[in-house]
Design a protein around this ligand. Structure first.
Ligand code: 5GP
Ligand code: MG
Length: 193
């Protein structure tokens, strides 16, 4: 039992997780692919690229992503978006909390988020950054749900399209737990009490 496959299987497991949707190995590979593609796309913007991770969900994604771009001169500016309740997409919404990135004039902004669901977060941030004079605004999400609201929201870079299920891990939480899982998966019913 010393081959890498069995090690990997042991790693992607948690007693509260029902099913692994995206393995830690798949995430690691895809994050490097995205960083290489985006690094090439922004070659012209060296020194004028501002990466804006949306806290807290994209903390792990952003950390791995920027480490895969060591050769690029880029700025990191965090932002925090809170979602507020509502039974449907029309009454749900997103609001900014905390400070917004500064001095975006002439900078190419790349928003990094964990998951694209209603699209509220990306729509809000895109219009904020465009109105602050960014040279361009693009978005990259690790995950996108296969639902109309997500697929119809403009997003230039997508890691994985996943089924419409509530997922945790790799930054995504349930009640602020499970962000530290290295993979993305669904929770057992008992864990969602
Ligand atoms: P949107 O603004 O597109 O509706 O949703 C974005 C945010 O909603 C994500 O950044 C995340 O915080 C939260 N979210 C949406 N779907 C999920 C999910 O399946 N699991 C978790 N943990 N958070 C989600
Ligand atoms: Mg979020």
């Amino acid at each position: 039992m010393h081959d890498s496959l069995s090690n990997h299987t042991n790693e992607d497991r948690h007693e509260d997780v029902e099913r692994v949707l995206v393995s830690s190995a798949a995430i690691a590979k895809r994050v490097v692919e995205l960083a290489q593609q985006i690094g090439n796309d922004y070659a012209h913007a060296d020194g004028r690229l501002t990466v804006v991770p949306v806290m807290t969900g994209s903390l792990l994604f952003a950390a791995d992503f920027v480490r895969a771009l060591p050769q690029r001169r880029l700025r990191l500016q965090l932002t925090t978006v809170s979602s507020y309740g509502g039974k449907n997409t029309a009454t749900r919404g997103s609001t900014l909390s905390g400070s917004l990135p500064k001095h975006l004039e002439g900078h190419h902004v790349l928003i990094l988020d964990d998951i694209l669901d209603s699209g509220g977060t990306l729509r809000l941030l895109r219009s904020e950054f465009e109105s602050r004079g960014a040279a361009s605004v693009r978005a990259c999400v690790l995950l996108r749900k296969k639902i109309p609201s997500a697929v119809s929201t403009p997003c230039e870079y997508v890691g994985f399209d996943i089924d419409d299920e509530f997922v945790v891990g790799y930054g995504l939480d349930y009640d602020d737990l499970y962000r530290n899982l290295p993979f993305v998966g669904t929770l057992r019913r008992e864990a969602r009490a």
